[in-house]
Design a protein around this ligand. Structure first.
Ligand code: ATP
Length: 287
């Protein structure tokens, strides 16, 4: 599976929603799609799942234009926050329909997930609670095993225990069946461990695309005596945040070079994804 977005621009009602979106994804992985509200995450996911058309540039999935393209739709599973399936269907009817559509659908796995989330087979979708609906949507999306699986903030209403179970199921299923899973979330802290890559979308464009391994080396916090921190030769664009407390200072950085060496009197630790995200998106206009 290979996703290529080149110079993608999307206009809607005279507004520019996306501009200069350039990204290639060709490795299996669980990708965090992060960004402030209104950044363009859902719009990008709609383009990739064939639900919307872009204004200029190109979007291809395995070399094909995904827009309304029946030939590749069974390769893509898109689960959004709500309105995924017809509310008059019963859970077991929905499973039959989806199973007929997705060639890799795993029936035993979906039943395992329904049991895990205590979802009743014979209830209509309209009779499920918000959290149950999300758990069902996620179960269907995961069991579809589509080579491109897209989850757009899919856990609305799911309680903390159910979300924890969900993350464990995603990881286990991904390990056994690697594929491209895009997952947009605002719950960065609790999801960080499931991701291998992060895309940060801001102001209609993909500002950053990185493996978390690389980010772990480049996104760092340096703490030490104020006078030592202040004398560090840091390029302005690498600085994310600076704070002082008593005689100590903390400098959050996104360094270009993993050979960056702070003085011995300073401590270096990787930034958590959420910390990095907050600092990085607060600092606009960076390359
Ligand atoms: N149908 C529409 N008509 C006009 N503008 C729209 C429409 N849908 C979305 N937009 C605008 O496009 C921009 C991007 O929206 P999008 O839903 O992609 O953001 P998002 O990153 O998913 O946000 P959130 O995190 O809040 O879900 C926003 O400014 C939004 O107002």
């Amino acid at each position: 599976m290979k996703i290529v977005m080149e110079n993608v621009r999307k206009e809607l009602e005279g507004q520019t929603i996306l501009k200069d979106v350039n990204v290639t994804i060709d490795q299996p992985g669980i990708y965090a799609v992060l960004g402030p509200n209104g950044a363009g995450k859902t719009t990008i996911m709609h383009l990739l799942s064939g639900l919307a058309k872009w204004s200029s540039g190109s979007v291809t999935i395995n070399g094909e234009n995904p827009f309304d393209n029946r030939a590749i739709l069974d390769q893509i599973s898109f689960i959004q926050e709500s309105d995924n399936f017809k509310p008059t269907l019963k859970v077991n009817q929905l499973i039959q329909q989806v199973q007929a559509f997705y060639p890799n659908f795993d029936e035993a796995f979906v039943h395992h997930l329904l049991k895990t989330f205590q979802l009743p087979l014979t209830k209509k979708l309209s009779q499920l609670s918000k959290g149950m609906t999300s758990a069902l949507n996620m179960s269907i999306g995961l069991a579809s095993r589509a080579p491109l699986t897209i989850f757009d903030e899919p856990y609305i209403g799911m309680d903390a225990t159910a979300r924890k179970q969900l993350y464990a199921e995603i990881i286990e299923d991904y390990v056994n069946h690697p594929r491209i899973i895009l997952f947009s979330t605002h719950f960065i802290e609790e999801t960080e461990d499931i991701f291998e890559y992060a895309l940060i979308v801001q102001e209609g464009t993909v500002r950053l695309f990185s493996s978390l391994e690389d980010l772990g080396e480049r996104a760092i916090k340096v703490t030490g005596p104020i006078e030592e921190i202040q004398t560090l030769a840091i390029e302005e664009h690498q600085k994310l945040a600076y704070n002082e407390f008593m005689s100590e200072a903390q400098l959050n950085l996104y360094v270009d070079d993993s050979t960056f060496e702070p003085p011995r009197s300073c401590q270096v630790k990787p930034l958590h994804l959420q910390e990095f995200f907050i600092d990085y998106t607060a600092k606009k206009g960076r390359a």
